[in-house]
Design a protein around this ligand. Structure first.
Ligand code: GLY
Length: 365
């Protein structure tokens, strides 16, 4: 197995320099993507879903270094988003609170911190539509996003911790609906499903960030791969494990041997060959799956493949430490190609899942 230790040490040292620069030059701001390698704020966001990933990285740096500077900053950036625990406008409450307040709670066991996580999870649960049985996306009542699979974990958690059986069932039903309508027979995924809000009937698959309605957008599939693994860890429902494995197998079959997919696997000759944030999410999700699966061959496959992705992402082609003036950590990410947002840039969630995956990989060494 690849020895990632020297590259991991170098990457975390570089991440500390980049993040210190970011929070000291743009205090209390939450940039989403770079433009020509420089973090911007005030750029078009499309939706407000990324504000947990900066605090999340600060928690990851504290967990790795035990340096009180990072602890202070992590707490500060977590507190800055606390009011979002009641935000009903987005489907991203898990992204916000799982990467920040949940990490904080796991370190401290403080019930006041856990209360915030539970409230955030209950807010997320309010997105549930009885007709169709799914947690609706931010776009419209009729819309189910595959991305929500990364935000259903906090609903399971809130339900479990507060003994709310009905809420747990809603989270389970959301996963079953996503599995039924957004995951295809070959393990590929659709970005969005549209429902008839009157009857709950599923109407069609669509996309915002992928190539076509019938194609597989790489980051969406990575969200599913990771999210169905999380759903399995809460429910132990084997259908969710099998779905996560099908997505992981699709990723491995369709991606070149370096492990980094394009923005969409189905687009012929894409102008940009890489979507590094999807690779970082997939690596982190596969490291989870390697622990969740009971099958020894799959365990090795997912662990080794995640290491391969990380080995590639820590080369100078992707890691920005040899690219003068670049303010992000990981290059060649993609936010929203059609809208021209964060195209071939560093993206805040890419940074977070890259560091998260490297941290998990270190546990294997
Ligand atoms: N809105 C989530 C994503 O761009 O993946």
């Amino acid at each position: 197995m690849t020895d990632l230790r020297p590259k991991t040490d170098r990457t975390f040292a570089f991440a500390q320099r980049q993040l210190r620069h970011l929070i000291e030059t743009h205090p209390d701001h939450f940039p989403i993507y770079t433009v020509n390698g420089k973090w911007i704020h005030g750029g078009e966001a499309w939706t407000n879903w990324c504000e947990g990933f900066l605090g999340g990285q600060l928690w990851l740096l504290y967990e790795r270094t035990h340096d009180d500077y990072w602890r202070g900053k992590a707490e500060h950036y977590s507190r800055l988003i606390e009011e979002r625990k009641t935000d009903r406008t987005v489907h991203d409450i898990g992204f916000l609170f799982w990467s920040t307040w949940k990490r904080w709670y796991d370190l401290t066991g403080d019930p006041a911190i856990q209360k915030v996580v539970i409230e955030a999870g209950r807010t997320m649960g309010l997105r549930f539509r009885e007709k169709g049985r799914y947690l609706r996306s931010f776009v419209a009542e009729e819309s189910l996003f595959v991305d929500v699979m990364m935000n259903v974990g906090i609903v399971f958690y809130a339900a479990e911790q507060s003994g709310d059986v009905k809420l747990f069932q809603k989270a389970t039903d959301h996963c079953l609906t996503t599995r039924k309508y957004l995951v295809r027979g070959d393990g590929g995924t659709s970005h969005e499903g549209i429902f008839d809000t009157q009857t709950g009937e599923f109407l069609r698959q669509t996309t915002h960030q992928g190539w076509r309605n019938d194609s597989s957008w790489a980051r969406g599939l990575a969200w599913a791969l990771y999210g169905f693994g999380t759903a399995y860890s809460f429910t132990r429902d084997v259908r969710f494990l099998q779905t996560a494995e099908a997505c992981a197998d699709y990723y491995i079959e369709r991606t070149p041997s370096h492990g980094i997919p394009p923005n969409d696997w189905d687009e012929p000759n894409p102008a940009l060959p890489y979507e590094s944030s999807a690779a970082a999410i997939a690596a982190s999700g596969m490291l989870n799956l390697a622990k969740l699966t009971g099958d020894a061959a799959r365990k090795r496959l997912y662990r080794d493949y995640a290491f391969r992705i990380l080995d590639t992402l820590t080369t100078p082609q992707f890691l920005a430490d040899e690219t003068l003036g670049w303010e992000g950590i990981l290059m060649h990410g993609m936010y929203h190609q059609k809208k021209g947002l964060g195209v071939d840039e560093s993206v805040m969630w890419g940074e977070f899942f890259f560091l998260e995956a490297l941290g998990k990989a270190a546990e294997y060494e």
